[in-house]
Write a protein that binds this ligand. Structure first.
Ligand SMILES: [Cu+2]
Length: 310
């Protein structure tokens, strides 16, 4: 007769090794339980917090078919405000932005997903569309408040577009707010140009048909060349080889485009890099596309001016 049968009839007794395993498994389960309890519980917002009744409500963007988003002409399901609302040109100011649902619930970091390496992107542009800045506020102590500093280059009413992704919808959402910069704004740029030079680099944006027509999907190609046919060290910026943002003359909204070359492990040709994009713009008129990219150690913002035909 074995030991175990003698000590506990009907149920085999645990050896000391087994008892130790039970203790460790129990401790492990408790540690995991409390670890998960300590982790953030996630967003407190629901789908309904981002729903607005009625017509002309800003649609969530379909990232597979980037469109020009009519941010100011459609009703947004979020409240977006800023202070101060007026600043002097060329003066670096700390701004507080407040992001809330239409019913006033704060939208804090926990309520947003990371999109292109950040939770909140702000794209600001002056009335001449020549000062474009892309900045990332950091969350403040008060939920729904976000802080960032920037200096408007020129006078005029700056429009600030917010681009973010609520965790509960997992689709891009947008809002806008204005900051007044007293003085005479720069004139709207009038020379159309799809070629831009910066240092030893030439940037060329071409359209598949040689033009963009309203409501038609258009393929765009961005070519970058070095004057001496030297290597073009295209870096990664916010999880992409380039970010293109299009604005219309009235700044009614924007389109945010990313290259079809999404695999960061396989960059485009080192000497003749090309990136491909697709855009659909609903209305004719004057537009600028600002390309944001990294070449070597420099972050560059390159403008392309064009008209969208009816
Ligand atoms: Cu982007």
């Amino acid at each position: 007769m074995s030991d175990s049968a003698a000590t506990s009839p009907g149920a085999p007794a645990l050896t000391s090794v087994q008892r130790r395993q039970v203790v460790w498994l129990t401790v492990g389960a408790l540690v995991l339980y409390f670890a998960f309890r300590w982790m953030p519980t996630g967003t407190n917002l629901a789908h309904g917090d981002f729903r607005l009744e009625g017509d002309n409500v800003l649609e969530f963007c379909d990232p597979a078919a980037p469109q020009f988003l009519p941010v100011t002409t459609a009703r947004s399901p979020v409240e977006f405000s800023v202070s101060p609302e007026s600043v002097q040109p060329e003066q670096e100011v700390d701004f507080t932005f407040r992001l809330a649902t239409s019913t006033g619930k704060p939208i804090a970091p926990v309520d947003l997903l990371i999109s292109h390496t950040r939770k909140l992107h702000l794209m600001l542009v002056d009335p001449s569309l020549t000062d474009y800045q892309h900045i990332h506020p950091i969350p403040g102590e008060v939920p729904g408040e976000w802080h960032v500093s920037f200096a408007p280059k020129y006078a005029g009413t700056y429009r600030i577009f917010a681009d973010f992704m609520p965790a509960v919808t997992a689709r891009g959402l947008y809002a806008s707010v204005d900051v007044d910069v007293p003085g005479t704004p720069q004139p709207l740029y009038h020379e159309l140009s799809l070629v831009h030079r910066d240092g030893p680099y030439t940037f060329e944006l071409s359209m598949d048909d040689g033009r963009v027509r309203a409501r038609e999907s258009t393929d765009l190609t961005l070519k970058i060349r070095h004057d001496d046919d030297a290597a073009v060290n295209l870096g990664e910026i916010m999880g992409s080889f380039a970010h293109l943002v299009a604005f219309d003359e009235k700044r009614s909204g924007f389109a945010h485009l990313h290259p079809q070359e999404t695999d960061l492990e396989s960059p485009p040709d080192l000497y003749e890099p090309e990136l491909h994009f697709n855009i659909t713009i609903p209305n004719s008129g004057r537009y600028v596309i600002w390309a944001q990219l990294i070449l070597g150690d420099n972050e560059l913002f390159i403008p392309f001016w064009f008209d969208v035909e009816p």
